[in-house]
Structures are given as C-alpha cells and as structure tokens.
Design a protein around this ligand. Structure first.
Ligand code: BEZ
Length: 212
C-alpha cells in the first residue's frame, strides 16, 4: 500500500550530487520536500529543478530542506545540473539522489507502472520535523509542478502546527485564517488576540496570527 498522510516517512541512505546522505540526518529538525522527476536532460524537469533552486531563500525562510530524486546515475545528474544552471539562471545546490537501484522510488511508490515501467512520476512529499508525511502529490510527466503552491502548503501546514488554525480555499499569505474546529469559541476568543469573526459556529475566522 502506498504511503498515506500521517505515516512515518521512510528513512534511507543514498548517493546524491551533494555526497552520501542519510535522509533523517539530512533533514535534522527541518521540514523536508522530497520530489521525484522522470529523467535527466528532459525539458519540464529542467525547469522544475531550476525553479526549486531559484526559490532557495523561500525554502530556507521556512526551515525546509529539499531533495530531488530520479533513477538516473550520479554523473548524469552532475552533468545535467550544468545545463539547469545555465538555462534557468540558477545554482542548483540541493541534493539530487541517484536512485539507479530504485530504492527510494520503491519506498515512496514513485514508479507508477501504467504511466511508465521505468521512470519515476512527478511525486512530491512534504515531511514534517516529526518525520511524518504531511502532503503527497503526483503529477504526470507532461505537467511541471507549481512550486509557489508547494510553499503555500508549507505555510499552511506550519500555521496549523503552531497556531491551531487552518487555511481556507485559495488562501494566500496575509489573508484571514480559519480557527481549528478543535478550539472552542470561548477558547478562541482568549487565544486569538486579533479577535475572531463568527460566520457560523463551525466557520470562524481570525487574522493570520504570525504577522503584525
Ligand atoms: C520532461 O521533463 O519534459 C519530460 C520527462 C519525461 C517524459 C516527458 C517529459
């Protein structure tokens, strides 16, 4: 059975473009984004890894470490990185796992045989500091992922973890958030200094708590 939200993210050791790693040690206390791409020297993948590199400071601000993975080998990864840096005007300095034995791909169910017998699909996992799986998404080879959306989910997850709030549809930084159903209205009135707006007993908003 494939991994489900709340499951422990499987640990592994792997060869990467940044040296050998133990996944858990690499993550330390950080959040993690582990994402697969089908193959090196392919166009959509080139833009995805370039975009991830360009967003380095956004991931760092959120205490997130990223790792990419495909079933290509280390030398191929290292050579392809030169193309990514050149064409996407970036510096890729996060690890790209060389998963020729498909160890990580198997642990994270990244090969979907009816899409491709050999290549990983575009899987992406967000892993919390507790090493539990917080989000998984799967895109087809022909669609590059939206890394701004990945950051938005991380913001939402971190708000939920720290402030007992959830985020509404299409929520963006700075907009009101939803008071968790686990918090009573009486407790919410005490907890959220900026006040709460009660639309329905189950639909209560408050200003985003971690900004002024
Ligand atoms: C791409 O990255 O463009 C791609 C990779 C594998 C299959 C199709 C497209």
């Amino acid at each position: 059975m494939s991994l489900q939200l709340g499951d422990a993210a499987p640990n592994f050791t792997a060869q990467t473009t940044e040296g050998d790693i133990n996944f858990y040690d690499y993550l330390g206390d950080s959040w993690g984004v582990l994402f697969s791409h089908p193959a090196d020297y392919t166009p959509v993948c080139t833009t995805e890894l370039g975009r991830t590199a360009a967003l380095k400071s956004e991931f760092a601000q959120r205490n997130v470490k990223v790792l990419a993975v495909s079933v290509d080998g280390l030398e191929k990864h290292k050579d392809w990185v030169k193309d990514i840096n050149e064409t996407q005007n970036c510096t890729v300095d996060f690890p790209i796992i060389a998963d020729e034995e498909k160890n990580v791909a198997s642990l994270y169910d990244m090969i979907h045989p009816n899409a491709s017998e050999t290549f990983t699909v575009r899987s992406l996992f967000i892993i919390g500091p507790d090493k539990k799986l917080k989000l998984s998404l799967t895109y087809p080879a022909s669609t590059g992922r939206n890394f701004i959306e990945v950051l938005r989910v991380i913001d939402s997850l971190q708000l939920a973890a720290n402030y007992s709030v959830a985020t509404p549809a299409d929520w963006k930084q700075g907009e009101d958030v939803i008071v968790s159903l686990a918090v009573s209205t009486a407790d919410a009135e005490r907890k959220f200094a900026k006040g709460i707006k009660i639309v329905k007993p189950y639909l209560r908003y408050t200003a985003q708590p971690n900004i002024d």
